[in-house]
Design a protein around this ligand. Structure first.
Ligand code: COA
Length: 416
């Protein structure tokens, strides 16, 4: 049984943030009807194309398990069809630029009138305030949400991260808002508006950095490397390089092969409880009891020396050997895995986190499956729809149009 079976989602999303959200709902069993502009559809279908003539990986990897309906929502017949769909569906999700739904004639008030049970969920770049009208993409959100100012090295510029915390991160937040609103609807019988602003989502994910901002008032942040290096803290959370986010110092260290392999590195955490085992593993047994190294506080001003010693050891091992040796000793380490290694990792294939999908236009490709595993509702990943693949099916089965009516709709230019 699929957890969200019976829930119908009218999916007006495009690019990455919104599609991430509706893909999750589809994996959990909702019937997601992706409404796309006739002729072109979601712009990502044709972006970063690797197989000419086929939907891009950008699109196919974000739109699994959905149905595609082409509908011109600015055409009069198209508007009438959309009104009927709104009356039939439970959730409408959109991530257009601010005001686009209103310009289409389907703002929140209008939607409530058509279907008071409807949950209308939106991703916007910013919440209400001075920037609410701005269009926003991933890296803008990372910058406006505080992530970039806290990422990178102290002596370098602000840096964005490869993890799509602005787009996909906000899509995740929105999905939680939607299922919460669906739950509340069981009690109230009415829908509500759900908004996830990308800036808010990124700020939420940067929570620990706002924690550090406030801790600065009480003195320097001792777990940051710059403390041990005697570099002053200014008045804002600084960039921490690869320092560990928590109170246990950690860094990225070179492993065997680092000279030629850009990912021959390991993350190594000098967790206090594991200190004696670390000292023995790296052949520094005297550091276990030496008062200059024995306690976390004593080590804070010596972290460069400590990590240099650990690195001299990790450089004699591959990143996987470091893991094999440290794991049984409860020393927290992690190899820096490349995308190539992740795509080839058997255990990820077995759990369905990495899946191989067949597509009629592009053949086989790899994708990321559902990252959240429900024991009673396992997600089966199905290929993304071709543009308009389900238009007739949806108009017939959901709205009951006859073949003659379908011909008239086609002639009107409402679908295509
Ligand atoms: C992502 C973003 C910057 C893209 O901007 P864009 O390409 O200019 O696209 P817009 O969202 O402005 O919408 C495009 C237009 O297509 C129209 N359109 C979309 N689907 C349509 C359909 N099926 N039929 C008719 N018109 C349609 C919209 O009504 C809008 O028209 P309008 O500007 O006349 O009102 C913008 O949508 C945005 O800021 N979204 C919110 C934040 C967000 O999600 N960003 C991350 C994306 S990963």
């Amino acid at each position: 049984m699929e957890a969200l079976k019976g829930i119908k989602v009218l999916d007006f999303t495009h690019v990455q943030s919104g599609p991430t959200c509706t893909q999750l709902l589809a994996w959990f069993g909702a019937d997601v009807i992706k409404v796309e502009r006739p002729g072109s559809g979601d712009p990502t279908r044709g972006q970063l194309v690797d197989v000419p003539g086929a939907d891009s990986l950008y699109f196919t990897m974000l739109n699994h398990n959905k149905r595609s309906l082409t509908l011109n929502t600015k055409n009069e017949t198209g508007k009438r069809i959309l009104e009927r769909l709104i009356k039939k569906c439970d959730v409408l999700v959109e991530n257009f630029a601010p005001g686009a739904m209103e310009r289409m004639g389907f703002g929140w008030e209008q939607i409530q009138k058509l279907n008071p049970r409807m949950i209308m969920a939106s991703v916007k770049g910013f919440g209400p305030g001075p920037y609410e009208d701005c269009k926003v993409y991933e890296n803008v959100a990372q910058c406006a949400g505080g992530a970039a100012s806290t990422t990178g090295f102290l002596d370098g510029p602000p840096t964005v991260t490869g993890a799509q915390i602005g787009d996909s991160g906000t899509g995740l937040h929105l999905a939680l808002g939607i299922v919460t609103a669906l739950y509340q609807r069981h009690e109230t019988g009415i829908g509500q508006r759900v908004l996830a602003a990308m800036q808010d989502g990124v700020i939420n994910l940067c929570r620990v950095k706002l924690r550090d901002q406030q801790r600065l008032a009480a003195g320097p942040l001792t777990e940051y490397s710059q403390y041990g290096e005697g570099i002053d803290f200014g008045d804002t959370t600084p960039r921490a390089g690869n320092d560990s986010g928590g109170g246990q110092p950690g860094r990225i260290l070179k492993c065997k092969g680092w000279e030629t392999d850009p990912n021959a590195y390991t993350y190594f955490i000098t967790q206090a409880a594991a200190w004696p085992k670390i000292c023995k593993a790296i052949n520094k047994p005297a550091w276990v009891d030496d008062p200059n190294y024995a306690t976390p506080n004593a080590r804070l001003t010596r972290l460069n020396e400590v990590f240099d010693a650990i690195e001299s050891w990790t450089m004699t091992k591959t990143k996987f050997e470091v893991m094999q040796i440290c794991n049984p000793l409860d020393i927290p380490v992690g190899p820096i895995l490349s995308m190539k290694e992740i795509s080839e990792e058997e255990s990820l294939r077995e759990t369905g986190t990495i899946v191989e999908i067949d597509h009629p236009e592009r053949g086989k490709y790899l994708s990321v499956g559902c990252p959240v595993k429900l024991s009673a509702s396992p997600a089966e990943v199905k290929r993304s729809p071709l543009l308009g693949e389900h238009t007739k099916e949806i108009l017939r089965s959901e709205l009951g149009y006859t073949d003659n009516e379908l011909d008239e709709i086609l002639e009107s230019g409402a679908v295509g």
